[in-house]
Design a protein around this ligand. Structure first.
Ligand code: GLC
Length: 488
């Protein structure tokens, strides 16, 4: 930015932020983190205050739509303890944000993003390479914004090994926890042999006699954040913290909770090409088409007035599937249809497949992760169930609301911060909410939603309120900017 004072032109450099993360849509992703890294930088770039860039690994599972479009920048070597590893750099400009992709086939040319015996080493390499990239490009950002345990080491290296190095010494750090369950825990020997840090760093990284990367980044980062204000409070307690509550409490003085948004241009029934018909909050006729076609496609009876309850979720314990399991027979006694889409633990997959066999005219279980089908279900269903035991933020409840599929959620984390309960005062509200992790409490509220669905006028108002809720990134991006500016 150029400013003219009396006789001279002063060039003001834009402040810069480098996001370091393990996944980003639309390039490579497995969950909500990819959505955030694909959309928050874009929202920040739009406001124009920061030069925002992102770095992620170049995986084998990289979107084929983009692979050929990447530009090769060059390569350098990354020393990692006794290793010396190749790192190729590719770049791509995507909607106002520069993305860098780090290539090393030994670490990343594998099927899948995570779950390998050497994930610790893979992401130590990635974190260190992301810092060495700065020297290679001669681009030292004002702020490093790292996400989850996979990039925790970038914060840790910055505050230890790189602390007094030219260019790195002034960089401020923000570390965001998307889910405290995943911490990056390793044996002590990893510190020297893999991470390449000396014993002096042990105290910062040690927790419960292990190396805990999440803990290290929480302690060393200038600011810690979580993806909703409620989750930031919840993880102070053992029930939510997966063992880390003492650390959460110790760093609470520098912790903020900022609710995620969603990309409302992507999750929009007016624009979505994957749905059977398009619609808006003011004209829901398309939604009725979506419902009929969904029932037809799934081989469910085409009944206009029977509500479809949908659950699109990973089938794992913390998503609250046990609650549904517990009251499934009572729920399916009602005049409802149930559609479940997701993959996860075998026990749940098997259970819900059996439910489909038993209640063939009422339930469909699709074991898959399928974006096309997700859109068809979000748009065709009436009620969206998300009874999570814990939920740092959650995106599906916001997406469902945008498609006019009224969310029924448990009051936890981001679900509590994004869904206001109609069932409490029967006036405002964009969904239904229950408090306790209790199957019959959930069933009671679900039945209330089914009952309310019978009153078309009230229901349509609720659908409209849900669709009109502002879940855009704009508000959150402003909050991140405030934190960045405070840091600088
Ligand atoms: C993690 C959390 C989820 C959150 C997402 C993006 O996947 O489990 O609640 O929405 O990260 O921050």
């Amino acid at each position: 930015m150029a400013k003219t004072t009396k006789n001279k032109v002063v060039i003001q450099k834009k402040k810069s932020v480098l996001f370091i993360a393990s996944e980003a849509n639309p390039f490579a992703g497995t969950g909500g983190l990819a959505d955030v890294i694909g959309s928050l930088p874009k929202a920040l770039a739009k406001s124009g205050e920061f030069d925002v860039r992102v770095v992620i690994p170049l995986y084998k599972d990289f979107s084929s739509l983009y692979r050929d479009k990447l530009r090769f920048v060059g390569n350098f070597n990354v020393p990692l303890s006794w290793r010396n590893q190749y790192c190729g750099v590719f770049e791509y400009d995507y909607e106002g944000v520069k993305f860098y992709f780090l290539d090393n086939e030994f670490y990343f040319l594998r099927d899948g993003l995570y779950g390998f015996y050497d994930d610790g080493e893979r992401f130590a390499f990635f974190s260190k390479a992301s810092l060495d990239l700065m020297r290679y490009l001669d681009f030292y950002p004002d702020i490093v914004h790292a996400h989850d345990w996979q990039s925790a080491l970038s914060v840790i290296y910055l505050k230890t090994k790189y602390r007094y190095e030219y260019g790195y010494d002034k960089i401020k750090t923000m570390f965001t926890i998307h889910n405290i369950e995943y911490q990056g825990k390793y044996g002590k020997e990893v510190l020297g042999d893999v991470v390449g840090l000396d014993d002096g760093c042990y105290a910062d990284l040690e927790y419960d006699n292990c190396i805990n990367l999440l803990k290290g980044a929480m302690v060393l980062s200038d600011v810690v954040s979580t993806v909703s204000p409620t989750y930031a409070e919840e993880i102070k307690y053992d029930f939510f913290s997966h063992g880390l509550s003492p650390i959460v409490n110790a760093v609470s003085y520098k912790t903020v909770g900022i609710l995620n948004g969603i990309d409302q241009t992507v999750y929009n029934p007016e624009l979505d090409d994957r749905t059977f018909a398009k619609y808006t909050a003011n004209d829901l006729s398309g939604k009725a088409v979506c419902k009929k076609e969904l029932q037809k496609m799934l081989g469910l009876p085409e009944k206009e007035n029977v509500p479809i309850i949908a659950m699109i979720s990973r089938l794992v314990g913390h998503k609250g599937v046990d609650l549904l399991k517990c009251v499934i027979d009572e729920l399916l006694c009602e005049k409802v249809q149930l559609v479940i889409l997701g993959k996860g633990e075998k026990q749940y997959e098997e259970f819900f497949k059996k439910v489909q066999d038993e209640y063939n005219t009422k339930c469909r279980t699709i074991i898959a992760y399928n974006k096309d089908l997700s859109s068809k279900i979000y748009s065709g269903a009436d009620i969206f169930l998300m009874p999570s035991k814990s939920e740092p933020c959650g995106l599906s409840q916001m997406i469902a609301a945008k498609y006019g599929t009224v969310p029924v959620v448990r009051k936890t984390g981001g679900l509590a911060d994004s869904i206001t309960p109609y069932n409490l005062d029967r006036k405002g509200g964009n969904g239904f909410r229950f408090d306790n992790y209790n199957a019959h409490e959930m069933l009671y509220v679900l039945k209330d939603a089914v009952f309310t669905y019978g009153d078309k006028e009230t229901w349509n108002k609720l659908v409209k309120t849900a669709m009109d809720t502002d879940f855009s990134w704009k508000k959150s991006a402003t909050e991140y900017e405030k934190v960045y500016n405070k840091l600088l």
